[in-house]
Write a protein that binds this ligand. Structure first.
Ligand SMILES: C[S@@+](CC[C@H](N)C(=O)[O-])C[C@H]1O[C@@H](n2cnc3c(N)ncnc32)[C@H](O)[C@@H]1O
Length: 270
């Protein structure tokens, strides 16, 4: 590397898929959401994140390694291998929302994310890649079984703080969670809107983003999905979260939608 270190970020690169026979050429390009990437050159384009722990998969996902060329301040060039992990929209609501064209995800490299319903950490691990080494993901999961996998995944990622607790009891983890930039919620509970509001009041900065994955039949299995979503949006409004956009997670998840909003701390508390 030349004096002064690399200038400018990697703007995509070419290389062979890690472990792919014949070294099929792939290109990785930045997605419009910073920290998210698009892998082109396989059968079809895919979404990926830059692996914060190169050499390791978390749940058997494919890894793609590319050469990236950076120009140093003295004009010389340095080539480095960079590894990406493919992110499957059928296995992650956040990825499904990105693939479906979400306007904003309110997170980028360096962000602090409170993730409610972390399960075993598959999506959380991609969020950890997305926010990178200067960001943090605080992942809350109340099942001790899933929590074990979450803790194990986090043991290899210093930017993931696993919290095996009930998201209805934010006071229990107030000592480990600072103010965050965004809350992503996927707890699949009928009182999810209330859970989000409570956590927002404890931890979300004013003007912070809220992303809620809603599974219609977890809230009300008798009403039409569109009515359930509209009622959830009303609850968010009442709790000081101004809805910004809503999108279906079809075809990746049936009867799910993602609702996004901005939190306004001056509104009534939960
Ligand atoms: C639909 S799954 C989440 C999947 C995960 N977001 C992913 O993409 O891999 C919902 C998770 O929320 C957890 N959960 C439900 N209620 C919770 C609560 N009150 N506090 C914490 N976790 C909860 C469940 O145990 C389950 O693991």
């Amino acid at each position: 590397m030349g004096r002064g270190g690399p200038r400018g970020g990697a703007r995509g690169g070419r290389g062979g898929g890690a472990g792919q026979r014949g070294g099929a050429k792939v290109i990785v390009e930045p997605h419009r959401h910073p920290g998210v990437f698009v892998v082109r050159g396989g059968k079809e384009d895919g979404i990926a994140t830059r692996n914060i722990t190169p050499g390791e998969s978390v749940y058997g996902e494919k890894r793609v390694s590319v050469d990236e060329v950076q120009t140093n301040e003295d004009g010389s060039q340095t080539t480095t291998k960079v590894e990406y992990r493919t992110w499957n929209p059928f296995r992650s609501k956040l990825c499904a929302a990105i693939a479906g064209g979400a306007d904003d995800i309110y997170m980028k490299p360096g962000s602090r994310v409170l993730y409610l319903g972390g399960a075993s950490g598959t999506s959380v691990s991609h969020v950890a890649d997305l926010v990178g080494p200067t960001g943090f993901v605080y992942a809350v999961e109340f099942s001790s079984r899933s929590g074990r996998d979450l803790v194990s995944m986090a043991s290899k990622r210093t930017n993931v703080v696993p919290i095996v607790e009930d998201a209805r009891q934010p006071a229990r983890y107030r000592m480990v969670v600072p103010m965050v930039d965004v809350i992503f919620a996927d707890v699949a509970q009928p009182d999810q809107a209330r859970i989000v509001a409570m956590n927002a009041n404890w931890f979300l900065k004013a003007g912070g983003g809220v992303l809620i994955s809603i599974k219609a039949n977890c809230i009300d299995s008798t009403a039409p999905a569109a009515e359930v979503f509209a009622a959830e949006v009303q609850k968010m409004r009442a709790d000081g979260i101004k809805p910004k956009f809503q999108l279906t997670l079809e075809p990746f998840e049936r009867d799910h939608c993602l609702v996004a909003g901005i939190f306004n701390r001056t509104q009534k508390s939960a």
